[in-house]
Design a protein around this ligand. Structure first.
Ligand code: IMP
Ligand code: MG
Length: 184
């Protein structure tokens, strides 16, 4: 539509439309606002994949919240995590005694979030819950489920709404399945 580099040309199928995502994120926000009624929370954005979801989710939540960000890099290739996670940017806020809600783009093997929650528990928060935009339960390699989940999706490599392939496609406003020829 806008020339040879137009990113939608790499998309095989739209898995979730902008409208579907908007509606579901609002539902998550409503549920979270109810569950934390009267509390203040820290919403932790796991960069970079969760950034788009995080921005929408925070605006759908009506209780007081503080935003914080963490950047982690996991050793592995573009499509698979190794489970060994290194913090490249830590949060600024102390979470001791606080309710933490981790916003993540997708729970795949589950290794990243399982490592991250274990590490954050050492800082003695009042509670930690996880909110994943997507869940691919078929791929799980450890015992963990998100406390809040936007959508359960099949085992396909997806991009858009923050999720990337080699850092690209994060700005796609919907969730798409990448054409296999893009990564093969
Ligand atoms: P886990 O540790 O295997 O659960 O890894 C989760 C991370 O892998 C996510 O935060 C994403 O960065 C990446 N990931 C897993 N599946 C996909 C996908 O389908 N598209 C894009 N990134 C993915
Ligand atoms: Mg990623």
């Amino acid at each position: 539509m806008w020339g040879k580099a137009f990113m939608a040309q790499g998309i095989e199928e739209v898995l979730l439309s902008e409208e579907q995502i908007k509606k579901r994120v609002q539902e998550l926000g409503d549920q979270i606002s109810k569950d934390y009624d009267g509390e203040e929370i820290i919403v932790l954005c796991v960069l970079k994949g969760a950034s788009v979801f995080f921005a929408d989710l925070c605006r759908a939540i009506t209780v007081h919240l503080k935003m914080d960000f963490m950047s982690i890099s996991s050793y592995g290739d573009a499509q698979k995590t190794s489970g060994i996670v290194r913090i490249t940017k830590d949060m600024d806020t102390s979470i001791t005694g606080k309710h933490v809600l981790i916003a993540e783009d997708i729970m795949d093997s589950g290794l990243t979030l399982s490592y991250l929650t274990r590490m954050l528990y050492e800082r003695k928060p009042a509670s930690i819950r996880t909110c994943c935009f997507l869940d691919k339960p078929e791929r799980r390699e450890c015992e963990i489920t998100p406390d809040y989940c936007g959508f359960v999706i099949p085992n396909k490599f997806v991009v858009g709404y923050g999720l990337d392939y080699k850092q690209l496609y994060r700005n796609l406003p919907y969730l798409g399945v990448l054409k296999p020829e893009v990564y093969s």
